[in-house]
Write a protein that binds this ligand. Structure first.
Ligand code: FAD
Length: 573
């Protein structure tokens, strides 16, 4: 064992190495003492996919890992929050090398993370560079985003195209580099932390660009996109009048996403269509941004309506859930007040924020009391319509233009505490988009229980050569045109378990014989679920899985980075 000092563990059981040498020391220690090592990025994936197992073998908590403690015990859980710098920028080649713990944008849950020290901000403002596509939020670390194959909504652009080289620390504590022109590079780009601790990433960046787009909301049957190819069946309709179907819509827009609200009846179901195109960055450019929840009051109102919707008959529960958000709401309100009135004294702002919160809580209490005895079915439909209206800023039709690094992550302003959401995301071959939507519409059948009380996000991803990417294709298979993604949101304040909501949805696609791959960074079935098996979602879906396992054995012969979760899903013995 080397003589290097071992970094200290914090009170939440995390190690915070500050250099590559410290990462190496931790991995070597693990190897020597037969311990496990896992790395947490921002913790947006399921805790089980991130952390080491507990000493008793019980899997980690079933939810996302933001603000969670790592399991107690001797195993090593690393957070790279002090290994988060830009190492070099070559302005000739646009090659930018970063430490893997750097956040894409600001992570509100990481006290060390600011907008100004985030990758995208520095790239844009200092070097006029950027990445070609971003997810709906940019709180993630570079390591977490890449390792799970995360992606924004685009069939044309993928951040994987910007990945030029990767540097890992293998299971013996030795650093190694893989470049994009090397054989098997595609095994490493999406590798779930199983081929080593990702230490550095070199991006081949793009010149920064702006986006221009619009968001509109309409009843699904009148939406500008024909989700179910109904127009095709109408013989009476002129070809020119027919709306684009999903594939046409997703193929012709640089960036796009839809929110399908399948609740209620055909008269209520609506769809929000967001689309944007790339524009050159002109010096005279003036942003006119649009984001979900562009003010705190809208977000709080939405949160309260969602709490009411998800907790009928439990008025004490309603207030308890809302009170848990008080601290965050008051903090954000104080910041909002101080920003709008810089001369305001901070104590006064805090008092005003407290009154604002108390007033909201009283109104929510009155509402919870008033509806506790009412027949809930019609009310649920009414409240769902209210929620959709609030989400879509009442009229919902907006045009915007923005810098790409602030405009593409359109959900950045949704606060994880005030509007907490759980996710599962099914990626299916693009060509099967309409077939899947028809199967799901039939499954939901306008039932609020099956539709849930939130939107279903629909978007796409570019075909990928990365072996474990959810849009992997060999160029000739049914994934060759890319993936259509279905992400039914589950409000984490709802009574009940998100798995009871997801499982029939997974089963619906399975029974409809639509192959799907699940987003690695979102919710998976339970390991012992006999209805949705490893074959359904992993082993029969990734043709290069065996070759990946061979590389894993070479890079991590002792299985230092394997936990029960990945051992199961990737069928490691
Ligand atoms: C609010 C929200 C919005 C989201 N929006 C999108 C979206 O628009 N598009 C999309 O595709 N996904 C989206 N996701 C999913 C998200 O991108 C993934 O969960 C992603 O993995 C999160 O990155 P992270 O930094 O939090 O990594 P974590 O979740 O902490 O880690 C992810 C995985 O990577 C491993 N890992 C992390 N860093 C390293 C490293 N340095 N070396 C080795 N292994 C490492 C971890 O062990 C874990 O297995 C969203 C999630 C949330 C909660």
């Amino acid at each position: 064992m080397s003589e290097q000092p071992i970094p200290l563990k914090d009170e939440k059981n995390f190690y915070h190495p500050q250099s590559e040498q410290e990462i190496i020391t931790l991995v070597k220690l693990a190897k020597e003492k037969s311990l496990k090592v896992r790395v947490r990025g921002s913790g947006h994936s399921m805790a089980r996919a991130i952390f080491t197992d507990t000493d008793t073998g019980t899997p980690a908590r079933d939810g996302i890992a933001v603000n969670e403690e790592a399991p107690d015990g001797k195993d090593i859980n690393i957070v790279l929050d002090q290994y988060a710098k830009i190492i070099s920028v070559d302005t000739e080649s646009n090659l930018v090398t970063v430490q893997a713990g750097i956040h894409l944008g600001r992570d509100p849950e990481d006290p060390r993370s600011t907008l100004e020290n985030s990758l995208l901000y520095v790239l844009h403002h200092t070097f006029g560079l950027t990445l070609v596509n971003l997810g709906g939020i940019t709180h993630q670390t570079v390591g977490g985003f890449l390792m799970t194959g995360s992606s924004g909504g685009s069939l044309l652009y993928s951040v994987q195209d910007n990945v030029h080289a990767l540097r890992f620390i293998d299971g013996c504590g030795a650093p190694y580099d893989v470049d994009s022109d090397e054989e098997n590079f595609d095994a490493y780009v999406v590798s779930l932390g199983l081929l080593g601790v990702l230490s550095r990433v070199t991006f081949k960046c793009e010149k920064t660009f702006n986006i221009k787009g619009s968001q509109s909301v309409a009843l699904t049957k009148l939406s500008s996109v024909d989700l179910f190819e109904e127009d095709e069946q109408r013989q009476t309709m002129d070809q020119a009048e027919k709306r684009p179907n999903l594939i046409e819509f997703l193929s012709k827009n640089d960036y796009a996403r839809l929110l399908w609200w399948p609740q209620g009846t055909e008269l209520l179901s609506s769809t929000t269509v967001w689309k944007a195109k790339k524009m050159d960055a002109e010096p005279s450019f003036k942003p006119n941004p649009h984001a979900v929840f562009d003010n705190l009051s809208t977000m709080v109102l939405y949160s309260y309506v969602m709490i009411l919707l998800g907790n009928f008959g439990n008025k004490d529960g309603v207030l308890a859930l809302a009170q848990k958000k008080s601290e965050r709401i008051q903090k954000l309100k104080t910041e909002e007040l101080l920003k709008a009135n810089p001369s305001l004294c901070e104590d006064v702002a805090k008092k005003l924020a407290e009154s604002y919160d108390n007033c909201n809580l009283s109104l929510l209490g009155l509402a919870a009391n008033a509806i506790s005895d009412i027949d809930c079915k019609p009310l649920i439909h009414f409240l769902t319509t209210v929620a959709i209206g609030i989400f879509n800023s009442i009229d919902g039709n907006v045009e915007f233009q923005d810098y790409s690094y602030t405009g593409l992550p359109m959900d950045n302003s949704a606060d994880d505490v005030i509007v907490p959401v759980m996710w599962t995301e099914m990626w299916i071959p693009l060509g099967k988009a309409t077939e899947a939507m028809k199967a799901l519409r039939e499954y939901v059948g306008w039932s609020i229980e099956k539709a849930g009380n939130n939107a279903w996000e629909l978007y796409a991803a570019k075909p990928s050569k990365a072996w474990l990417s959810m849009s992997y294709t060999d160029g000739n298979d049914e994934w060759k045109d890319g993936a259509f993604r279905i992400d039914p949101y589950w409000c984490a304040d709802n009574q009940g378990n998100f798995r009871d909501f997801y499982k029939p949805i997974w089963k619906c696609l399975k029974e409809a014989k639509i192959p799907f791959r699940l987003h690695w960074g979102k919710s998976f079935p339970l390991i012992d679920d006999a209805d949705i098996t490893r074959e359904d979602v992993v082993t029969e879906r990734y043709p290069l899985l065996k070759a990946f396992r061979d590389i894993q054995k070479k890079r991590d012969p002792a299985g230092v980075f394997l936990n029960d979760y990945w051992r199961h899903w990737l069928s490691f013995e």
